[in-house]
Design a protein around this ligand. Structure first.
Ligand code: CA
Length: 365
C-alpha cells in the first residue's frame, strides 16, 4: 500500500463512519447466557484501530478471521471492520466493553487512560523484546494479570500480534547531545513519550494521516512510527534524513480482545480455535515484520542516515524511565503489581538471555 492509498483509506474510513452512524440497540449482545451449540454458525463483529487491510497489522487480523473460519469448518464467522466503520478507531475498547461489538484488534498502550497498568502489557521502553514479552505473559504471570484487570471492564484479551523492535524515529536534524532534544516537537506516544518529555522533548499526539504533512512542513521536528516497512510507506524518508535506532518500543504487543460475556458464551471448540488462531497470528506477524523491515531497510533512499542515540541520551532515558515507573507505581497499585511481575520475569530472564541469545549474537557478529 502506497502512502497516498493508505491516507485515502483512512479518510474513507472516517467518511464511512459518518454514514453508518451509531451501532444500533438491536445489535447489542443479549444478556441471556446462551451457550452456543456445537456445529451452529456463530457470527461475531470485530472492529480494528487500523485502516482496511493495513499492511501486516490489518492483513494479520484479516487472516486471523479467515483461519477461524477454516479451522471451525465454517461455523465461526468473524467479520472484521476497519477503523471508523462501526466505531471510531480509539473507541473499540469501550464499544467491546459495553457489548456493542463482540471484539476488537488494537494496541494495548492506547488504553493507559483506563488503567495506567495497561501500558506495561503494551510494551516497555528499554524493556523486553517481543519474544520476551510473550514469554512473560504466557509463562511468567503477565497474561493472568492482564485478564484480571481487563475483566473489570468486561473484556477478555488475547495476544493479537507484536511488532518486534521498533525504530527510534525520524529526525530532521542529527541528535548529538541532550541539548539537541530540548524543545523538540516529536510525535511519540506512551511511556516512551513520557521519558522523552523528561529529557526536554515536547511530545505531541497526531492522527496517523497528519504525521507526514506535519513532519514535512516542520510543524513537528521528529516522529516515531514502527519500522522501515511501515515507515517508508508513510513517506517519512521524504521528510527527514536521520533515522534513529530504537529503544522505546522493543516489543509492543497488540491484542485481540473479546467482550467477556460473549467469550464465555462461545463453545469450548470455538474458544480453542480463536486461541490457536491468535497464537498463529502473533507468530506470523513477528516474522512478517522481521522480513519486511529487513527488506525495506535495504531499499531506503540514499538521503537516509541510520543513527544511534549517543550514550548520554540513553543513560538519561534510563534514569527518566525509573522516575516515571516509580511515580506510576505510587499512583496505582495495579501498576505496581504488574510492574513487579514484569520485573521478576526480567530478572529471571536476564541471566539466561545473557549467556544464551546475547552471548550468541555477540559471537555470531
Ligand atoms: Ca511506535
Amino acid at each position: 500500500m502506497k502512502r497516498r492509498d493508505f491516507l485515502t483509506t483512512s479518510a474513507l474510513g472516517l467518511g464511512a463512519f459518518g454514514l453508518s452512524g451509531c451501532y444500533r440497540e438491536e445489535n447489542k449482545i443479549s444478556d441471556k447466557n446462551i451457550h452456543i451449540k456445537k456445529g451452529r454458525v456463530v457470527k461475531l463483529k470485530l472492529a480494528t484501530s487500523w485502516p482496511a487491510h493495513f499492511p501486516i497489522m490489518g492483513t494479520g487480523v484479516d487472516n486471523f478471521a479467515k483461519r477461524c473460519k477454516e479451522l471451525s469448518g465454517g461455523t465461526l464467522n468473524i467479520k472484521v471492520y476497519p477503523k471508523n466503520i462501526l466505531v471510531p478507531a480509539l473507541q473499540v475498547f469501550d464499544s467491546t466493553s459495553l457489548g456493542q461489538i463482540d471484539a476488537f484488534h488494537s494496541g494495548v498502550y492506547y488504553w493507559k487512560g483506563k488503567n495506567s497498568a495497561f501500558s506495561i502489557f503494551g510494551g516497555m521502553p528499554l524493556g523486553l523484546t517481543s519474544e520476551e514479552m510473550i514469554t512473560w505473559m504466557k509463562f511468567g504471570g503477565g497474561l493472568d494479570l492482564w485478564r484480571e484487570l481487563y475483566g473489570k471492564f468486561n473484556l477478555y484479551p488475547l495476544i493479537g500480534g507484536t511488532t518486534g523492535p521498533q525504530m527510534g524515529g525520524w529526525f530532521k536534524k542529527p541528535i548529538n547531545s541532550l541539548t539537541d532534544l530540548k524543545g523538540l516537537k516529536m510525535r511519540i506516544p506512551g511511556l516512551g513519550g513520557e521519558v522523552m518529555k523528561k529529557l526536554g522533548v515536547n511530545p505531541v499526539l497526531l492522527p496517523a494521516g497528519e504525521i507526514f504533512t506535519s513532519l514535512e512542513r516542520g510543524t513537528i521536528d521528529a516522529t516515531e512510527w514502527v519500522g522501515p516497512a511501515l515507515d517508508s510507506m508513510m513517506g517519512f524518508d521524504k521528510a527527514a534524513d536521520y533515522y534513529y535506532t530504537g529503544w522505546h518500543e522493543p516489543g509492543s504487543i497488540l491484542e485481540i480482545t473479546f467482550n467477556k460475556k460473549r467469550w464465555e458464551q462461545l463453545s469450548d471448540e470455538h474458544r480453542a480455535i480463536i486461541t490457536a488462531a491468535s497464537e498463529e497470528m502473533t507468530g506470523n506477524m513477528l516474522q512478517e515484520f522481521r522480513y519486511k523491515n529487513a527488506k525495506a531497510l535495504q531499499e531506503l533512499p540514499k538521503n537516509v542516515q541510520i543513527k544511534t542515540f549517543p550514550k548520554e541520551i540513553m543513560d538519561a532515558a534510563k534514569a527518566a524511565l525509573s522516575e516515571v515507573l516509580e511515580l506510576e507505581s505510587k499512583k496505582s497499585k495495579d501498576f505496581k503489581q504488574v510492574l513487579e511481575s514484569y520485573n521478576n520475569f526480567t530478572t529471571l530472564n536476564k541471566k539466561w538471555d545473557d549467556i544464551s541469545t546475547k552471548n550468541f549474537l555477540n559471537i555470531r557478529s
